[in-house]
Design a protein around this ligand. Structure first.
Ligand code: NAD
Ligand code: DAU
Length: 353
């Protein structure tokens, strides 16, 4: 038995693989192109581990995907690979359309060919799990109920539109060809190996470097934060017990405005890594808003709890403390990912704000 993971060198994929191999001995093949967000260092602890195979390659490369399926005969594919940063999708949407839409289409076609050739129990047990986002549902007003699986799709950014398109492809491949798929739409993750272009790791990295902490707009946009290993356990539950063709929303029941997140991080850093210049909160700087910025996301995670018995294990208080401690203990990792390309991105995204 083997599983094939795409995008496993990124933030959530790497946490998923590390978690998977901590919990069982089923081998993992990781197909990742190593874009700016992919980092083999995330999986350095698996070097020499015979249960783990890394393949550098593009999910749009049909011949490569076909050959991996034929060689490794996986019983499931878990599809994380994507362009994932909303701000980058605003500056340059093209790569999002290629990876998130064409890449998902390529995988679905390759998997359809492979799955059609399976027989008996192997065919019945095979799963294609698509990892998606709550952003496909658009933006909530302050008093709207959280997103249920039945909410209509109203993606607002190039990123969320490309993820919405990929969700529709996965759904259609199930409906038309009977491909045994499942989909999860998850809220904002945080935790170890989170690339420091996203809010939480960016704030920690900037604070420690004595740089401004940029708050888009009024800082009152709300996200529903989930510790990354809870997302991993939700995906495992869906793979094991999820119903074919179903969508599961995954979230932390933990809505918070951005400014509160940033103040919490400053307080934790004041406690764990105090600065002689005073509280890190002095660095908070309001900057120009993200165009089309969604005001609020929140997930109704009752379906996955009811059907699969999944609930998050971490509270925000335990998860955020673990996260800050991880970044403090892994500053070499942060320094390594802050390459030339990272600096160019920071200049492009923040210079005009
Ligand atoms: P990430 O940007 O950290 O990692 C993406 C990974 O995909 C990288 O390793 C990258 O090299 C790889 N990749 C990109 N293009 C590729 C291609 N063409 N072929 C092969 N590999 C490619 O992303 P993440 O935050 O880990 O997100 C993983 C998935 O989870 C994405 O599908 C994202 O939409 C979804 N998601 C993320 C969050 C979140 O809060 N980060 C929440 C919900 C859903
Ligand atoms: O909701 C799930 C989504 O969460 C995932 O699908 C995406 O892949 C993931 O990147 C994340 O998207 P967000 O846009 O919500 O995450 P980000 O960390 O970029 O921003 C979180 C909030 O913080 C958002 O309201 C924008 C704001 N922000 C972000 C940055 C980078 C700031 O105020 N300042 C910043 O510098």
């Amino acid at each position: 038995m083997t599983i094939l993971v795409t995008g496993g060198a990124g933030f959530i994929g790497a946490n998923f693989i590390l978690d998977w191999l901590r919990g069982c001995n089923e081998p993992v093949i990781n197909l990742d192109v190593l874009s700016y967000a992919g980092n083999p260092e995330n999986l350095a602890s698996l070097q020499g581990d015979s249960r783990y195979t890394f393949v550098q390659g593009d999910i749009c490369d049909r011949a490569l995907v076909d050959s991996l399926l034929a060689t490794h005969q996986p019983r499931a594919m878990v599809h994380f690979a994507a362009e994932s940063h909303v701000d980058r999708s605003i500056h340059g949407p093209g790569e999002f359309m290629r990876t998130n839409i064409t890449g998902t289409f390529t995988l679905l076609e390759a998997v359809r060919g492979y799955w059609s050739g399976l027989a008996g129990e192997a065919k019945a047990a095979f799963r294609f799990h698509h990892v998606s986002t709550d952003e496909v549902y658009g933006s909530l007003k302050a008093d709207d109920p959280p997103f249920a699986e039945t909410n209509r799709y109203e993606p607002n950014s190039p990123y969320s539109a490309s993820k919405a398109a990929s969700d529709h492809l996965v759904r259609a491949w199930h409906h038309t060809y009977g491909l045994p798929v499942t989909i999860s739409n998850c809220s904002n993750n945080y935790g170890s190996y989170h690339f420091p272009e996203k809010l939480i790791p960016l704030i920690i990295a900037n604070a420690l470097a004595g740089k401004n902490l940029p708050i888009y707009g009024d800082g009152m946009q709300v996200r529903d934060w989930l510790y990354v290993t809870d997302h991993c356990s939700a995906i495992r539950a869906i793979l094991e017990r999820g119903r074919v063709g179903e969508v599961y929303n995954v979230g932390g029941w933990n809505e918070k405005p951005n400014i509160e997140i940033v103040k919490t991080l400053c307080a934790l850093l004041d406690e764990l890594a105090p600065s002689s210049a005073g509280s890190y909160a002095r660095l908070i700087t309001y900057v120009a808003d993200r165009p089309g910025h969604d005001r609020r996301y929140a997930i109704d995670a009752r379906k996955i709890e009811r059907e699969l018995g999944w609930r998050p294990a971490e509270t925000f208080e335990t998860g955020i403390r673990k996260t800050v401690e991880w970044y403090l203990a892994n500053q070499a990792w942060v320094a390594n990912v802050q390459s030339g390309a990272y600096r160019e991105w920071m200049a492009k995204n923040y210079a005009q704000r």
